[in-house]
Design a protein around this ligand. Structure first.
Ligand code: MN
Ligand code: MN
Length: 466
């Protein structure tokens, strides 16, 4: 090395591609972990499916339902399921809870199309289900792709029917039509955001009429007859259902080198999965470790399954009660002593759309887990901006453990912005930084991540909670 090279090596913040200098074994581990994540993605396309998968994994790893554990001691592992749509889990530390929690928080809801409360109608001898999109989507991306229906229908008597249709090879799928290019002259002149109006996102579900030609709405009737035979429901039962329309295609390895994962719902199930894997491998931590798998992040975290609700606070209060350490106002103190990684995905640099990013402060595939000191938009408005002292604390853990990480902003100044659940916990007094996996095509029906970054996120969450 020349003197200049030596000095550069010492002083520059050299960003390296993580795939370089990996042992064969390390590389195989990373690819294997990515494949296990693909299995999870294919099993869990909604928040409810994620909750039931996570509960299953927790039960197999010595966790108990908090409701069954009246007394908690260090090393105990518990979880609380919030209305089948979000879940909080904890491993009681050897230090008292009031010394603070180490929290990793992700969300398990993803952008999609929800059915309207009165969804079924017939037009020109087609049967359709009307939808209302959930979260930030580019509507044109949801036409002419195979779609499946997931969710629950709850009958008046409380009987709950689970629906999952369009995933098995034998299942039918559904789709939303778009105009043929031959007749789209007017449509293609429109702005991208206006070309497919929300009210056109109607799911095509049937075309065979029932019964006698002189009757009306016979295709709709035939669909209801099929649904009645399959699920025992009538049209009114849609009123008390939550049916979500999601892409039916399978998550897959992407690229000749299989280095990436392509699949729906990686925002934010990629962080949910990596934190879950890190969490179940954790035993007897000093500080109480907590994992959050939140619902409703994509629509602002409101409602009793979103992080804006008090249910999470109640969960932590119950940990204090059941370790017999609670006293007035202690919860506030617990939060002020706590630290959190807000485990949510980050926008990855896309060279095809390079103009929206500022390359010095963009997240790149293969450079490891991505930190966002702040999110927000237009002069950091609405941002939870992590304190320098806390960034140093997190950075120290990452560097001590030889974990690849990068720190970035979501796009150029004034180009756009976004948010996560970070601010909600920060407002309670917790030290929080966003820390997740860079994603291409975020919020599309087919998002892309790097298996290297996925593995580094898993290592990050483990090191943080340990
Ligand atoms: Mn997210
Ligand atoms: Mn999102």
């Amino acid at each position: 090395m020349t003197e200049t090279e030596k000095l550069k090596d010492t002083l520059f913040d050299n960003k390296k591609n993580g795939w370089d200098n990996l042992s064969l074994e390390a590389k195989q581990n990373i690819l294997k972990f990515g494949d296990e994540f693909i299995y999870f993605l294919n099993k869990c396309k909604t928040e409810r499916e994620s909750v039931s998968f996570i509960v299953d994994i927790l039960n197999k790893n010595d966790f108990s339902d908090l409701r069954d554990k009246l007394v908690l001691a260090p090393g105990d592992k518990v979880y609380y399921v919030n209305r089948d749509k979000s879940i909080y889990a904890a491993i009681i530390g050897s230090k008292p809870i009031e010394s603070g929690l180490n929290i990793v928080g992700s969300h398990i809801d993803s952008p999609r199309l929800d059915l309207k409360p009165n969804p079924l109608y017939e037009d020109s001898e087609f049967a359709y289900l009307k939808t209302h999109y959930y979260g930030g989507i580019k509507k044109y991306q949801w036409t002419t792709i195979p779609l499946s229906i997931h969710g629950v229908i709850v009958k008046r008597n409380g009987e709950k029917i689970t629906v999952n249709i369009g995933e098995d090879d034998d299942d039918p799928i559904f789709t939303i039509t778009d105009l043929l290019p031959h007749l789209a002259q007017e449509q293609v002149e429109k702005k991208l955001k206006d070309a497919i109006p929300g009210e056109n996102l109607n799911l095509l579900v049937g075309s065979i009429p029932f019964g006698d030609e002189k009757d009306s709405q016979r295709v709709k009737l035939n669909i209801l007859k099929i649904l009645n035979e399959k699920y025992g429901i009538i049209e009114r039962d849609f009123v008390s259902s939550e049916l979500e329309i999601v892409p039916a295609f399978k998550a897959r390895s992407l690229g000749f080198d299989k280095s990436m994962v392509a699949g729906y719902g990686q925002d934010d199930r990629v962080c949910a999965y990596t934190s879950l894997r890190a969490f179940i491998e954790l035993h007897n931590p000093e500080k109480t470790a907590v994992c959050i798998f939140a619902d409703k992040e994509e629509i602002g975290s409101m409602g009793n399954t979103g992080m804006e609700s008090n249910v999470f606070d109640t969960f932590i209060s119950e940990l204090l009660n059941r370790t017999n350490t609670n006293r007035p106002n202690l919860l506030d103190k617990v939060f002020c002593n706590s630290k959190m990684l807000s485990a949510d995905v980050d926008a990855a640099f896309d060279p095809i759309y390079a103009s929206v990013s500022e390359k010095n402060n963009a997240a790149f595939f293969g450079r490891g887990v991505g930190l966002n000191k702040y999110t927000g938009a237009r002069g950091k408005s609405g941002a939870s901006d992590a304190n320098a002292e806390y960034v140093a604390y997190v950075r120290n853990i990452l560097e001590e453990n030889g974990i690849s990480y990068q720190i970035s902003e979501l796009g150029k100044v004034d180009v756009g912005g976004g948010g996560t659940i970070a601010y909600i916990l920060a407002n309670k007094g917790v030290d929080v930084i966003d820390c997740g996996i860079p994603i291409l095509c975020m919020h599309s029906p087919y998002e892309i991540s790097s298996k290297f970054d996925i593995y580094e996120a898993y290592r990050t969450y483990h090191a943080f909670m340990k």
